[in-house]
Design a protein around this ligand. Structure first.
Ligand SMILES: NC(=O)c1ccc[n+]([C@@H]2O[C@H](COP(=O)([O-])OP(=O)(O)OC[C@H]3O[C@@H](n4cnc5c(N)ncnc54)[C@H](O)[C@@H]3O)[C@@H](O)[C@H]2O)c1
Length: 353
């Protein structure tokens, strides 16, 4: 029986991938210490996901282990070394707001934590596929320099821009503001690449835009669509930080992202660095998302605008996923933003109303 190790298994990406693999018949070893609740309070509590996985799947084993504890990580990896076929590293401190006031801890989790997972894998199962969820924040605020045009409800790049259809992997990482979160992820992202180049490990970096889906424990500091839907349902108001609410994010459903991981697992390649996201198929500005929710629920949302944007925040980010699709032509985005919002609305209504 094949076995997968998933770090961050109670978070959005980790839980979706765990469920997918469990359903495929893998044994899954999940590692997650609910650090998300420490970051974001009760909104970020992931215990419901842990309980769901443990109760529903007899082939799921959970370790409440901190990825900063390299001895414990190595011990777990050693225990399963002969059977591990797939590793997803999705445990992280995911918010750039939180990192701003917790620089060292953010670095210890995102950078040193990733080093611990890579070393554990190299020492115990160096031939196993190793997937890392990186972020579009590695490009810092470079996408803001595209001479963006202000439209009625969104920012947009000019038609003659090289990145007009989306940001591809040729976007530079230099000469920009990354945010402190962006920096710890850049370190992890480059380190994951080096383990492929230096040690021949089958590593992949997926640089994602906004990842979303009903499994997200959305909190103010992380989980844009999920938190927006919650706020609209609970308070009928939403605070918009910077860029007049016209900032554009692309949204990929965690199920679609899992499909991308699976494609890579089945046919890993070297130098695997991919931008991934909802791309041209699934993106919205905050104003557009709110408008959609208002129309859907026939309500009016009170918007509070803060002028100052978050440091390093993107005004417009749409992923160009053509590199990934070139290597994996069967991969498709199946969920657009409307479909994703509908799903989160249903799930959130059940939870909070
Ligand atoms: N959600 C997004 O919009 C998004 C976008 C781009 C990249 N990413 C990246 O994808 C990955 C997964 O994101 P997510 O949205 O699933 O985040 P998430 O917060 O939902 O999941 C991460 C999980 O890791 C756990 N965790 C955190 N620190 C830990 C530690 N020290 N030890 C053990 N477990 C720990 C948390 O408790 C949480 O359950 C992260 O690397 C994130 O940076 C996310």
């Amino acid at each position: 029986m094949s076995l997968a190790i998933v770090t961050g298994s109670n978070g959005l990406v980790g839980s979706e991938t765990s469920i997918f693999l469990l359903e495929k018949g893998f044994d899954v070893v999940g590692i997650d210490n609910n650090e998300r609740m420490k970051f974001f309070g009760l909104d970020g509590d992931t215990r419901r996901i842990k309980n769901f996985l443990k109760n529903k799947y007899s082939n799921y084993t959970h370790y409440n282990c901190d990825i900063r504890n390299k001895e414990k990580i190595n011990k777990i990896f050693k225990k399963y070394k002969k059977r591990v076929k797939f590793l997803l590293h999705a445990a992280a401190q995911p918010s750039h707001d939180w990192a701003y006031s917790n620089i060292r801890k953010d670095f210890e989790i995102n950078a040193t934590g990733t080093l611990n997972i890579l070393e554990g894998a190299k020492n115990n199962f160096p031939d196993t596929v190793f997937i890392f969820t990186s972020t579009n924040k590695v490009y810092g605020d470079n996408p803001n320099r595209l001479n963006l045009i202000e439209k009625k409800n969104r920012w947009a790049p000019p038609k003659n821009s090289k990145f007009h259809k989306g940001i591809n992997e040729t976007m530079t990482l230099d000469n920009c503001t990354h945010s402190l979160f962006g920096i710890s992820k850049v370190y992890a992202d480059l380190l994951v690449q080096e383990y492929n180049k230096n040690f021949g490990m089958k590593t992949a970096c997926f640089r994602a835009g906004c990842i979303t889906g009903p499994n997200h424990s959305g909190a103010k500091l992380h989980g844009f669509l999920s938190f927006l839907v919650k706020e609209c349902l609970r308070k009928r108001s939403y605070q918009i930080i910077g860029y007049k609410g016209k900032q554009v994010r692309d949204n990929i459903h965690s199920k679609d992202l899992t499909q991308a991981f699976w494609n890579f697992y089945k046919r890993p390649i070297n130098n695997a660095v991919f931008n991934i996201g909802g791309a041209k198929y699934s993106n919205c500005s905050i104003l557009e998302a709110i408008k959609y929710i208002e129309e859907k629920l026939n309500i009016k949302i009170k918007k509070k605008f803060l002028k100052k944007p978050r440091t390093g925040d993107h005004k417009w980010y749409v992923s160009d996923i053509s590199k990934f699709q070139k290597f994996y032509p069967n991969f498709k985005i199946r969920y657009n933003t409307e479909k994703i919002i509908d799903q989160i609305l249903e799930e959130t209504k059940r939870e909070i109303l």
